[in-house]
Design a protein around this ligand. Structure first.
Ligand code: SAM
Length: 482
């Protein structure tokens, strides 16, 4: 039997089934243990040190106790702490991005995804480089600066060379004041050599959802194709890091398996990356299964309530305080609004999940991967965020300045990230407002920027940021390197 070892490179040792089950048992036994829960919350609380604010984070066992906690007053404390941590490390900034679907050709048999090989009626599409360019122009015209590219797995139709060519095209498009400054990549698990190529192509985060950490379920949910190989999929992030990629993004597809199992697996995966590579995941995504072409989400009987979804997000925020958290348009405006206060730091806007969706006039898009709940325009999402007290940020400076991997983490761990992120967020928001926003959004936005500029503690930094905002407003652009 495999033994739990977070430093091992073997999937069955760092995502160890026996340890997950023992953790669930421990959490269940302590779900009403007020003294222990209090102790855990206290450990996780942000602390001021000479180096700045630091947060201890939690072990997977401690995090599981929080998630299992059934004491209403402790649960309330937990949500408050999640918000406190979010504000301590990320302030009220929310990073904006959009997915870009390149191809839905796929050789896998994932039973929850309409791109599975047996689906013969879904429209199969793969963007040409001219189409990639047109999609990118449409995205730039909305105001997006950061993309996550998505593709099915098909070595013939979407080989790594195709993905690399698309990345090159995306970075090359400069339309009006637009530019895509960071391309994150969500493609199937691949080889160290291919990860090296992606790194050389200048990608931001490599994102790969585990879907489920439960091996037996995983094998059933991925009955055919290369994705069937659980170990190869689970060990992908180690290969990505070996290939030089600093920032990796984890995630599970909630609804496939019992949420507690997935949560513990996710926490163990984060611990493993920290133990082996000295840096935890850059982001964690929390997708839930949605209706899609030939997919009925009700077939999967592990769906979670909105309340539990919020609690999971809050517990992740507390357990891994330095990891960004992403919410997509799979979720409704209402749910997105709630989880923004539990620790989410990145949000997509105006997403299309079909290949070529940004240049298609009408819905429904016949190559769509799943139904989008939040169908608002980017302008509407940006305005809504500001009205809810958040600062939409289009900043990609960390990546452009090489603040990735452990360099990003050490900045983040001392709370220093705020000194550069806050002014950058305001300046990139000013760019967005000037170039793309409606008059109403512009008005709300520049008022917000004025107020937020006053919060920059360092006088010199405040002055420079205010000057830059003014220059942007007056269309006096320089290469600001956001
Ligand atoms: N083909 C790559 C892979 O296998 O990892 C790229 C991923 S796919 C384009 C992006 C993600 O969408 C998947 O990892 C999965 O979690 C999610 N997804 C698939 N079907 C879904 C559905 N019906 N509802 C919600 N999310 C879904």
């Amino acid at each position: 039997m495999a033994v739990y070892n977070p430093k091992s490179l073997k999937a069955e040792e760092f995502i160890n089934d026996a340890e997950i089950l023992a953790t669930i048992e421990y959490a269940e036994a302590n779900k009403s243990n007020k003294a222990l829960i209090d102790e855990i919350l206290e450990k996780a609380r942000p602390k001021k040190t000479e180096a700045g604010i630091t947060c201890a984070g939690l072990s997977h066992r401690e995090a599981a106790v929080l998630l299992a906690c059934d004491l209403p007053d402790m649960t309330e404390k937990l949500f408050k702490l999640a918000e406190e941590i979010k504000l301590a490390f990320y302030g009220n900034r929310i990073v904006m991005f959009a997915p870009l679907y390149l191809s839905n050709y796929c050789v896998n048999g994932c039973v929850y995804c309409p791109y599975h090989l047996k689906n013969k009626h879904i429209c199969r599409k793969k963007l040409t480089q001219e189409e990639v360019e047109r999609e990118v122009i449409a995205l730039q015209d909305m105001g997006h600066k950061r993309l996550a590219i998505e593709s099915g797995e098909d070595p013939v139709n979407n080989p790594i060379e195709y993905i690399l060519e698309c990345i090159k095209t995306i970075y090359s498009v400069k339309h009006k004041n637009g530019a895509i400054r960071r391309v994150n990549v969500n493609i199937a698990a691949t080889t160290v050599e291919n990860y090296r190529k992606l790194k050389e192509a200048g990608i931001g985060t490599y994102i790969l959802f585990q879907e489920t950490y439960h091996k037996e379920s995983y094998l059933k949910l991925h009955p055919t194709g290369p994705k069937h190989d659980y170990d190869y999929h689970t060990e992908a992030m180690d290969r990505a890091m070996e290939g030089g990629i600093d920032d990796v993004g984890l995630g599970v597809l909630f609804g496939l398996e019992l949420y507690m199992y997935e949560f513990v697996g996710l926490m163990m995966h984060a611990e493993h990356l920290e133990a082996v590579h000295g840096v935890g995941p850059h982001t964690i995504s929390v997708p839930r299964i949605k209706r899609a072409d030939d997919i009925d989400p009700n077939v999967f009987d592990n769906s979670i309530s909105d309340e539990m979804f919020e609690k999971i997000i809050a517990c992740i925020r507390i357990a891994v305080p330095y990891t960004g958290m992403i919410i997509s348009t799979r979720e409704s405006e209402e749910v997105r609004g709630k989880v923004l206060n539990c620790g989410i730091s990145q949000i997509s806007g105006a997403s299309r999940t079909s290949v070529g969706g940004y240049t298609e006039e009408e819905r429904p898009h016949d190559s769509e991967q799943f139904d989008v709940s939040d169908q608002r325009t980017l302008d509407e999402v940006v305005r809504w965020l500001m009205e809810c007290g958040h600062i939409p940020s289009f900043c990609t400076a960390c990546y452009r300045e090489g603040r990735t991997g452990d360099r990003f983490m050490s900045l983040c761990k001392t709370g220093q990230i705020q000194n550069c992120c806050h002014p950058n967020a305001l300046m990139t928001l000013a760019e967005y407002l000037t170039d793309y926003a409606s008059e109403e959004t512009k008005k709300i936005g520049f008022e917000l920027i004025e107020r937020e500029l006053q919060k920059i503690p360092n006088e010199k930094a405040r002055k420079i940021a205010a000057e830059n905002v003014n220059d942007i407003k007056n269309s006096n652009r320089r290469d600001f390197r956001f």
